[in-house]
Ligand binder design. Structure first.
Ligand code: ZN
Length: 255
């Protein structure tokens, strides 16, 4: 009886303390593993996104005759971006062409594009009412910006989805933590690099000189290409010239 009372007053025994510490250590280990896995996946997704943008840009430069070969386009672009952090895991890129029509940008850390599952559920979807592919369903979250990758490079290309709205990037865009936190067209740099698409789609023929009632973010289909109207508009909308006039109020969405 006396022995039992003394034991109760001792609080934790050494063995109990060791067990509690061991359980805490195991829990901490699980959390750390989940965090590292999230970081790894986010870095691989950023690297893949940047390679995808580069790939589209070099193909566009080759297609419009700026460069004579894809290889030359790749080399020139890599020169332009040599001071940018393209791979968050510090991988280096190389151009791989095997002659069987497989051309790809390979990362020394993340491998070929097919080696990364970016979990992009929206890939392959099209913008409603058009045949425009949604290239990226991922707008990076500010918490994805860690350590050595505070920058993500975006090139104008296609449409992406963010919180149920569609956007098109209308010029080269470098994302920072603040920019990612604000979302496209957010508070930090409103309307500087992205246009929110309203979903209204007009069709123009050669004979149409202008289009009326158009609002910022509306799309026009003209000669099998899509253009975003990215100038201001009044409450009733406004008129815009035919994209053929070369007016800078139109942003042509790259195919
Ligand atoms: Zn990489």
């Amino acid at each position: 009886m006396k022995h039992k009372k003394v034991k109760n007053n001792q609080g934790f025994s050494l063995v109990e303390l060791i067990i509690v510490i061991a359980i805490l250590a195991i829990l901490a280990g699980f959390l750390a593993a989940a965090y590292v896995k999230h970081l790894k996946e986010a870095r691989a997704a950023v690297c893949l996104e940047n390679r995808d943008r580069l790939y589209k840009e070099m193909n566009a430069k080759y297609a419009d005759g700026t460069y004579d070969s894809l290889k030359e386009a790749y080399n020139k672009l890599m020169e332009n971006y040599k001071n940018r952090k393209l791979c968050p895991s510090k991988g280096t890129y190389s151009w791989e062409a095997n002659g069987d029509g497989i051309n790809q940008i390979v990362c020394s850390v993340h491998g070929a594009p097919s080696d990364t599952d970016n979990g992009n559920k929206d890939s392959g979807k099209t913008f409603p009412g058009t045949d425009l592919a949604i290239n990226s369903g991922v707008w990076p979250k500010s918490e994805d910006f860690k350590d050595n990758y505070e920058e993500i490079l975006y090139h104008p290309s296609g449409i992406f989805e963010y919180e149920g709205s569609y956007y098109v990037i209308t010029k080269d865009l470098t994302l920072t933590r603040e920019r990612a936190a604000s979302g496209p067209g957010g508070e930090v740099y409103p309307w500087t690099s992205t246009e929110k698409l309203t979903g209204k789609i007009y069709e123009m023929t050669d004979d149409d000189e202008r289009i009326s009632g158009i609002k910022r973010g509306d799309l026009v289909k003209y000669k099998d290409s899509y253009y975003v109207y990215n100038s201001g508009d009044g409450p009733e909308g406004t008129w815009a010239p035919n994209p053929n006039t070369g007016s800078n109020v139109w942003y042509k969405i790259p195919k």
